[in-house]
Design a protein. Structure first.
Length: 176
């Protein structure tokens, strides 16, 4: 008669925790917070206007608005109420300046759009005949977050250019 070996001895149960623990620990060490906004500026020669949009992480924008007003607003609804939209427009108006051909440009607030974890703030600037030189100052969130990067994507006269602005370099001029 042959001796029967219990199946658990042949195939010992593998404990997942000892195998996963090193992976979990190293993943946590490599992970870090990500602070970025994206600004898109596009010139439309037919309408003589700039389309300007800002995409900002919702929680960072909520924190910035709360710090300014002392009132916490929940962003991310399908459409923000008019008071919240105005607060967002005012905040961006304080943190961003654009000049075209050495002339200040007035940004007109159009709307906000909410998308999962970000808010898109849309503006326009009218009465712009040509763009030969564009200056942008963008300090969105840099007063609150030292690691904040504000990426600017320009589409002017068919030329595409990209800028990385931050706390140390908040403005730049580009010729077209």
């Amino acid at each position: 008669m042959t001796a029967r070996i219990p199946s658990q001895r042949l195939f010992p149960r593998i404990q997942p925790l000892p195998l996963l623990l090193p992976l979990l620990l190293t993943t946590g060490l490599l992970a870090h917070e990500f602070y970025v906004s994206i600004c898109k500026i596009k010139f439309d020669p037919e309408t003589h206007s700039l389309a300007v949009s800002f995409r900002i992480f919702t929680n960072d924008l909520e924190d910035a608005l709360a710090a300014r007003s002392g009132e916490r607003r929940q962003l991310g609804e399908e459409k923000d109420d008019p008071a919240t939209a105005q607060q967002i427009a005012d905040y961006i108006g304080e943190k961003v300046a654009i000049k075209v051909n050495d002339r200040p440009v007035a940004l007109v607030f159009v709307q906000t759009r909410n998308d999962f974890d970000a808010v898109e703030c849309i503006f326009r600037a009218d009465s712009i005949d040509t763009v030969q030189k564009l200056f942008i100052h963008n300090e969105i969130l840099t007063d609150r977050i030292d690691a904040q990067t504000n990426i600017v994507r320009l589409n002017i006269n068919g030329a595409k250019k990209y800028l990385n602005l931050n706390k140390q370099l908040a403005d730049e001029t580009v010729a077209f």
